[in-house]
Design a protein around this ligand. Structure first.
Ligand SMILES: [Zn+2]
Length: 246
């Protein structure tokens, strides 16, 4: 069975540590998809010789630039360089409208209606489950932005699963999201800064560590504050190019 994650981007919005903005390339036996697509995603795919027409869909956690700002370039590449019939983007309510506006802002007059392929959107509500082929995806509402839903996702394939928080402040939903997973990827923007309702600190994670129910914890999205204290962080930290077999 193939169920793999290639970390394309493990950095925060400001790319501290010289890391790309958020993106994970997920591969199963039959499907591949991106979990988030920050602005540096397409260049990292090119470096790794992964053509965009080999990506079946994008799953987006939330509409902040470092998590979805790379989608227009990926779509542009698909339109110019490949022949596909349709492309699926899954995200929170409003993503179809917001992405169309973003595409037109970056390339005026070159919105989705000009594409040679059809754009398909699945807009999710909190706790919604969908299946793409035999991949099961469930959205969990996180605590991050007042302007749109921010989701963490639990992703199951065959008898294995992983979850990813996206961006979030500390909430009990983090504990629910982690439940019974083989791998839990959690944002850890800060070491000890009090950024409630927005991002997680390593101190908060340690305070709640006994409630997290997963086989492996992987930290991502570290900011300057976390890097300044990196010698005090004892959990695994994602890096660009990291490959994980679930
Ligand atoms: Zn964010």
């Amino acid at each position: 069975m193939i169920f793999e994650i290639l970390v394309l981007g493990s950095g925060d919005a400001c790319s501290f540590g010289g890391k790309n903005q958020t993106s994970f390339f997920i591969k199963t036996d039959k499907k591949t998809f991106l979990l988030d697509c920050g602005p540096s995603t397409l260049s990292e795919l090119r470096r790794r010789n992964i053509n965009t027409d080999k990506i079946d869909f994008i799953l987006n956690t939330h509409m902040h630039g470092d998590h979805y700002g790379g989608i227009p370039y990926l779509l542009l590449d698909l339109n110019i360089n490949y022949k596909i019939e349709s492309f699926l983007v899954i995200g929170a309510e409003g993503i179809a409208e917001r992405l169309n506006i973003l595409q037109d802002l970056l390339y005026p007059g070159y919105g989705f209606e000009k594409f040679k392929f059809k754009m398909i959107f699945e807009e999710l509500k909190p706790y919604q489950e969908i299946n793409v082929d035999d991949i099961k995806i469930k959205s969990y509402p996180m605590l991050h932005s007042a302007y749109s839903y921010c989701f963490g996702y639990k992703i199951e394939y065959k008898n294995k699963s992983f979850a990813y928080t996206g961006d979030t402040g500390w909430t009990n939903e983090i504990i629910n999201l982690s439940n019974n997973t083989d791998l839990f990827i959690i944002e850890c923007s800060y070491y000890n800064k009090d950024i409630r309702n927005s991002h997680v600190s390593y101190k908060e994670l340690l305070e709640n560590i006994n409630k997290i129910n997963t086989k492996n914890i992987l930290l991502t999205h570290l900011s300057k504050d976390a890097y300044d204290n990196i010698d005090k962080i004892s959990h695994a930290i994602a890096y660009d190019g990291m490959k994980i077999f679930i």
